[in-house]
Design a binder for this molecule. Structure first.
Ligand code: GLU
Length: 510
C-alpha cells in the first residue's frame, strides 16, 4: 500500500461508547496518517436516526481523547480557528449536518439514470421475501419495469407512502482489491439494487459514506472486516458518480479467547448469567483502571504485529513500525490476561507524573472522593502499591486509609487468626503498642519503624506479631503496603482511633 501523505478517516456511528474494535480501527487509521505525514479525519455517521444514542458523540470524543487519538480536521467549533493539527477544537464532521450534500448526489444519480425511485412498502417487500422463501429460492429485489417516474414517486409520497431511491447494480461481478485480503469478488448474482436514500429522505450509510470519502479526499479506507461485503456496493456508487476508488483494507475480526466474536452483547449476556460484565468499550477499560498506553499497545497487536518478538512498544515506536502490510488476514484474539500483564508493565514504566494523571482520571470517572486528595498523597499511594495491575488494586490495598473509621469492616477470619488466636495475643500487642504510638514524634514512616522495632525487642515479638494486628486494626484485613508507610499515610489520629475501636470490639465479644 502506498501511504505517502494519505488521508484516512475513522467513521463511527453514534450508538454508544467507543467499542474496543472501533478503537483499533481508529488507531490503525491514526497510525497510517501519522506515519505518512497525512491527515486523520473523524466523521460521525449519524444518518441512521433509529440507532442514534444520545450523548454518544460526546462519549466517543471523550474516548478518543482519552486514548490520545486526536483528529486533524473538521468543521471549526466556534469559527476563526484554523484546522491546526492536534488541537481538537474543531470537528468532527457529522453526517447529519450534511444532508443537502447527500440529497444533491442522490439527485445526480437519478438524473444520470444510475438510480431510481422504488415504491414498494415494507409489507410488499416482506411478502416478496416470503414468496422466495416458500419457493426455496434466494431472495433478490427485482428491479421494476418500467421504473416509477418522478411523478409517480411524488404521488406515492402525497398518498403518505415512503419512497426510497435504489442504485442500479450492473450485471458484472465487482472485485475489491483489498490491501490485506487481496482480491475479493462478489458475483453478479449476489448484487442487487440497494437503497441509497431512505423513505424519510435521509441517505443510507452506503451513500453517505461514499460521498464523504470522496469529498473528504480519503485515500485509504481501513475498517473492520464486517464491512467487506459493503465495499462492492461502495465501489458501484463510486463508479456511478465518477469518483475514484480509495485503497481498501479490511481488518481482522476480533474474537474472545473462547472463540466467540467479541461484541457489545457480551456484556448483556454476562449480566444475564449473573456474572460481572467484561470490558468491551474503551470507557469500560478506563473505568476499570487501565492506562491508555497499555490499551493502545495491546489493541495495536490485534491483527498487526511488530514483525519480531517485541510487543511492548510506545505509540511513537508503533507509529514508526506500523504498516498495513504488517496486518494479518487471520482473526485476532482478545487475550485479557495479556492485556492485564501489559497494564502491569506499563504502570511500572510510565513516568510518575503520567501515572498520577491517569490515576486522577480513574478516580474522577469513578466519582471517587479520593480524587480530591492532595497530589502528594496520591503519589504516595501509587508508590506504596508499585507492582499493581490496574488502579482498583491500589484502592484495595490502601483505600482503607481514607475512609471513615466507622466504615472499616473487620473480616472474621482475620480477626480470628490475627487478633484472637493464642489467647488474644494480637489484642494484647495492640493494647501495648497504642501507648507507644500515642506519644510518638514525629509521625513519619522512619520514626514509626524505629518505634515498632524497639517495641518488638522489648516485648520479645517478631515484627509480624505487631504488624499483622495493626493491619487488621487499620484495614479490617491482612493486606496493606509496608506497615510503617501505611501508618504514616493513615495518620496518627486515625491509627489510634482504629486501634481503640478494634480493642473495644474485641472486649465486647469476650
Ligand atoms: N459507521 C460505520 C460503523 O460504525 C463505519 C463504516 C466505515 O468505516 O465505512 O461501522
Amino acid at each position: 500500500m502506498s501511504a505517502s501523505g494519505c488521508r484516512v478517516r475513522f467513521a463511527p456511528s453514534p450508538t454508544g461508547y467507543l467499542h474496543v474494535g472501533g478503537a483499533r480501527t481508529a488507531l490503525f487509521n491514526w497510525l497510517l496518517a501519522r506515519r505518512s505525514g497525512g491527515r486523520f479525519v473523524l466523521r460521525i455517521e449519524d444518518t441512521d436516526r433509529s440507532r442514534h444514542v444520545s450523548d454518544s458523540l460526546e462519549k466517543i470524543l471523550a474516548d478518543m481523547r482519552w486514548l490520545g487519538l486526536e483528529w486533524d480536521e473538521g468543521p471549526e467549533a466556534d469559527g476563526g480557528a484554523d484546522d491546526a493539527a492536534g488541537e481538537g477544537d474543531f470537528g468532527p464532521y457529522c453526517q447529519s449536518e450534511r444532508l443537502a450534500i447527500y440529497q444533491e448526489h442522490v439527485q445526480r444519480l437519478i438524473d444520470s439514470g444510475h438510480a431510481y425511485y422504488a415504491l414498494e412498502t415494507p409489507e410488499e417487500l416482506a411478502a416478496m421475501r416470503e414468496q422466495a422463501r416458500a419457493a426455496k429460492t434466494d431472495y433478490k429485489y427485482r428491479r421494476p419495469d418500467p421504473l416509477p417516474t418522478a411523478e409517480q414517486a411524488q404521488a406515492a409520497r402525497d398518498a403518505g407512502r415512503a419512497v426510497v431511491v435504489r442504485l442500479k447494480m450492473g450485471d458484472t461481478a465487482i472485485t475489491v482489491m483489498d490491501d490485506i485480503l487481496g482480491e475479493v469478488t462478489l458475483a453478479a448474482d449476489q448484487l442487487e439494487d440497494f437503497v441509497i436514500q431512505k423513505g424519510d429522505g435521509w441517505p443510507t450509510y452506503h451513500l453517505a459514506c461514499v460521498v464523504d470519502d470522496a469529498l473528504m479526499k480519503i485515500t485509504h479506507v481501513l475498517r473492520g472486516q464486517e464491512h467487506l461485503m459493503n465495499t462492492p456496493k461502495h465501489i458501484a456508487i463510486q463508479r456511478a458518480l465518477g469518483f475514484d476508488t480509495p485503497h481498501y483494507a479490511h481488518l481482522p475480526i476480533i474474537f474472545n479467547m473462547s472463540g466467540s466474536k467479541m461484541s457489545k452483547r457480551d456484556k448483556e449476556k454476562a449480566l444475564k448469567r449473573g456474572e460481572v460484565p467484561p470490558e468491551i468499550d474503551v470507557h469500560d477499560f478506563r473505568v476499570s483502571g487501565y492506562l491508555p498506553e497499555a490499551l493502545l499497545n495491546f489493541i495495536s497487536l490485534l491483527g498487526w504485529s511488530t514483525g519480531d518478538d517485541t510487543e511492548q512498544i510506545t505509540l511513537d515506536e508503533t507509529t514508526e513500525r506500523f504498516s498495513v502490510e504488517g496486518v494479518g488476514k487471520g482473526s485476532a484474539k482478545f487475550d485479557r490476561d495479556k492485556l492485564l500483564s501489559f497494564n502491569t508493565d506499563w504502570a511500572a514504566k510510565v513516568s510518575e507524573d503520567r501515572l498520577l494523571e491517569c490515576f486522577v482520571d480513574y478516580l474522577q470517572v469513578n466519582g471517587s472522593p479520593l480524587a480530591e486528595l492532595p497530589e502528594a498523597t496520591l503519589r504516595r499511594m501509587l508508590e506504596l502499591c508499585k507492582g499493581f495491575r490496574t488502579f482498583p488494586d491500589v484502592i484495595t490495598k490502601i483505600g482503607f486509609a481514607f475512609v471513615d473509621d466507622s466504615a472499616i469492616e473487620y473480616q472474621e477470619k482475620a480477626v480470628r487468626k490475627v487478633l484472637e488466636k493464642n489467647d488474644g495475643a494480637g489484642y494484647a500487642a495492640l493494647r501495648n503498642v497504642v501507648i507507644c504510638l500515642e506519644s510518638l514524634e514525629p509521625w513519619t514512616a522512619s520514626a514509626i519503624e524505629a518505634e515498632l522495632t524497639k517495641f518488638c525487642e522489648a516485648n520479645d515479638l517478631k515484627l509480624g506479631g505487631v504488624a499483622q494486628p495493626l493491619r487488621v486494626a487499620l484495614s479490617g484485613g491482612t493486606v496493606s503496603p509496608a506497615i510503617f508507610d501505611t501508618l504514616e499515610l493513615v495518620g496518627r489520629e486515625r491509627t489510634i482511633n482504629r486501634i481503640k475501636q478494634t480493642m473495644m470490639q474485641g472486649s465486647e465479644q469476650q
